[in-house]
Design a protein around this ligand. Structure first.
Ligand SMILES: [Zn+2]
Length: 88
């Protein structure tokens, strides 16, 4: 039985083989889902994903693209959005 703090869906089980040949269970934090474009639902490039506490420790510039709508829209959708806003 896992310890009470591991009895939650936050953790995933990882089976690790020890040098002695036994297989033990380790509990690791789950990775967050990949970011998707708000318009076309494509996966965003250049957006960090993984264990949230680790992602938070990265520099802000490496967490999402540093353009307008970076981390919200994909490059194609943000291009059309910027042109659309400029024409208004
Ligand atoms: Zn898009």
């Amino acid at each position: 039985m896992p310890t009470p703090r591991h009895r939650t869906s936050t953790f995933r089980k990882v089976f690790v083989k020890t040098p002695g040949g036994r297989t033990i269970v380790q509990y690791k934090r789950k990775k967050s889902a990949r970011a998707q474009c708000a318009q076309c639902q494509r996966y965003l490039a250049g957006v960090a994903c993984g264990i949230p506490s680790r992602v938070k420790k990265l520099p802000k510039s490496s967490r999402r693209p540093e353009r307008a709508f970076g981390g919200v829209y994909c490059s194609r959708c943000s291009r059309t959005k910027i042109v659309e806003l400029a024409r208004k």
